[in-house]
Design a protein. Sequence first.
Length: 95
Amino acid sequence: MVRLSSATAALVLVRVAPNPSADVLEVAYTLGGEAWTDISLLDMRGNTVQIFAKGIKQAGEQSLQASVKHLPSGTYLLRMESCGEVVMQRVEVVR
């Protein structure tokens, strides 16, 4: 996981599972306060291939499930932006 932010812990990526995944990813995260949140999957060139969530999210523990069935096998980056922070984690999609 790569954290591109200040030292505050307003956004914490808790879990991305299963990784590698063939069907559905579960993304668990914690927000320190209510905030605009953008959770996307990028290819290795930085292009957005799927948007999982975009909008105001409540403070606290959150989770979402997102299908990756339609994506080809490969390496992707899960990108989360919220509370002025960006967190990225590598995700493998397998067939």
